[in-house]
Design a protein around this ligand. Sequence first.
Ligand SMILES: C[S@@+](CC[C@H](N)C(=O)[O-])C[C@H]1O[C@@H](n2cnc3c(N)ncnc32)[C@H](O)[C@@H]1O
Length: 299
Amino acid sequence: MSEKPPVCSYEGSDYQTSFWEKGGRAYEDACEVIALKRLMPTQGKLLLELGAGAGRNTPRYTGYERIVLLDYSRTQLEQAQAALGQDERYIYVTADAYCLPFVEGLFDGATMIRTLHHMADARLVLEQVRSVLQQNAVFILEFANKQNIKAIIRYLLRKQSWSPFSPEPVEFAALNFDFHPATVRSWLQLAKFTVERQLTVSHFRIGFIKKIVPLKILVWLDSMAQLTGEAWQLSPSVFTRNRAVGASSMAVPGSFFKCPACGNPLEDTPPRLVCSKCGQIYPVKDGIYEFRLDVLNSK
Ligand SMILES: C[S@@+](CC[C@H](N)C(=O)[O-])C[C@H]1O[C@@H](n2cnc3c(N)ncnc32)[C@H](O)[C@@H]1O
């Protein structure tokens, strides 16, 4: 894919309220808490949260000294600011995950939860993530699994045309992709990650089961079933813990941002950062750094 891939916009979306708070997703949320506890390192310095949205998971990353919440949507980050309150630990950045505005080897950790499924060129994003990580950094990646039990049954009953077993992603709605676990693992390896651990998550994401089985029991059952993720992956969601391997440059102390237009390191000079090489200006408004080139250049 040579052109910049399209972005699934959440600008102005009430996703956090409509999907999570009022959408009957207590089961999925509780299962994700367990998976994150099992996978996250207990301590770290600087974490990059890609597709942070309204910050639903951010308070769960307790071991990290500082966290960069990165999202394409400014309004999602405004919701995160409102939810998380004033806290120097958090740095808010609007940017496109395909074109990250950070110097190489900056972070010792990254997470990407419920975000890869919006990526038309997932491999490119994984390469971008690897470039801003230090050697041995941990990367927690969640992805939507096309090879899940429901899809397999539907395929066998001929109620679904696409095969859950084939390696290519399936775009089941515009800019919404399910991936084959083996394909994601191969992309991670090509991007210089080793897959250390896999958990299968949200096995019982089926309306009538969620209605009849008490939440606590269902979450406990899922927490047990998560452990089968190393052997097979048949759940709708898969969490992986990956380790950055191979040679990596280490960010020079004091450096942080780089110009996403030309790659030149930027001085952190709010209320605006100016690239000394190409002249591109990046505003910092109400505590949010703005690095979306398509938005800035259309003004
Ligand atoms: C389904 S939400 C998940 C939010 C959060 N991770 C959670 O689990 O609650 C996906 C998020 O990815 C962001 N996103 C989608 N494409 C992006 C891109 N190319 N660059 C950065 N963020 C992106 C959206 O704006 C949205 O906030």
